[in-house]
Write a protein that binds this ligand. Structure first.
Ligand SMILES: [Mn+2]
Length: 231
């Protein structure tokens, strides 16, 4: 049975573990602003490639996780390519999945995936990408001591080329949007929305503020999607 949700909060690609993430309070406030019956983190919530384990990150961001624990099984974590080992979150009362399907208030069929499903090369380059983000994080921890707002993004060198290819795959692969009315995903860190055939799609961007873009979140309430910027 696919669950029905009338008021859903969705975002993803927080990359907790990145020195540049300073939005814990903002995120908690966003989720507090309404009574959501489902709160979805669409993958890469954690980025343990940067040297801090997911369990340590849950402790570090205890304001967020203590608040989420009050919502318990309403909170869904989808596994991304940076956080495939998050099954331990089930012990905290959360739901952990590879993908999520649900039905909205008007019967609209929604699928949420992380988005690396469209990224054929990410597994092949994972070994190198892990090294790059680890070094990037070490640099950023030093830099941020001197200049609070400066960060380097070495990983972007790889990402720029990939985005076009991933979008091409997205447009080519209908299996991800067969029998769905809306497909929600992230992974690209570049927010987007549009229509593919009869399917609405949304990308929530990312919280690492790549390309100086603010993160976004989606609210899916009473059959309507709102794609909102976090300022
Ligand atoms: Mn990803």
């Amino acid at each position: 049975m696919v669950k029905r949700h009338k008021n859903v909060f969705l975002t993803g690609d927080l990359h907790l573990g990145d020195a540049a993430f300073r939005d814990e309070q903002k995120l908690v406030n966003l989720i507090k602003q309404d009574t959501f019956d489902c709160v979805v983190f669409g993958g890469d919530t954690f980025d343990s490639w940067r040297g801090t384990s997911e369990k340590d990150l849950v402790a570090r961001y205890d304001q967020l996780f203590k608040f989420l624990q009050k919502l318990k099984s309403k909170v869904v974590f989808i596994k991304g390519n940076h956080d495939p080992n998050i099954d331990f979150l089930k012990k905290l009362g959360f739901s952990v999945r590879k993908r999520l399907k649900y039905v909205g208030a008007l019967g609209e069929r929604v699928r949420v995936i992380h988005g690396h499903e469209f990224d054929d090369d990410c597994a092949r380059w994972e070994f190198l990408a892990k090294k790059i983000v680890y070094i990037e994080e070490k640099l950023n921890r030093v830099i941020s001591r001197f200049d609070h707002d400066s960060i380097v993004r070495m990983a972007r060198l790889m990402g720029d080329v990939d985005i076009k290819r991933i979008w091409k795959n997205f447009h080519d692969r209908t299996k991800y949007y067969r029998n769905v009315d809306a497909l929600l995903f992230g992974h690209l860190h570049t927010p987007a929305e549009g229509v593919k055939g009869k399917v609405k799609y949304y990308n929530w961007g990312g919280w690492q503020k790549d390309y100086s873009l603010n993160p976004r979140y989606l609210v899916h309430k009473n059959g309507k999607f709102s794609n909102l910027e976090v300022k």
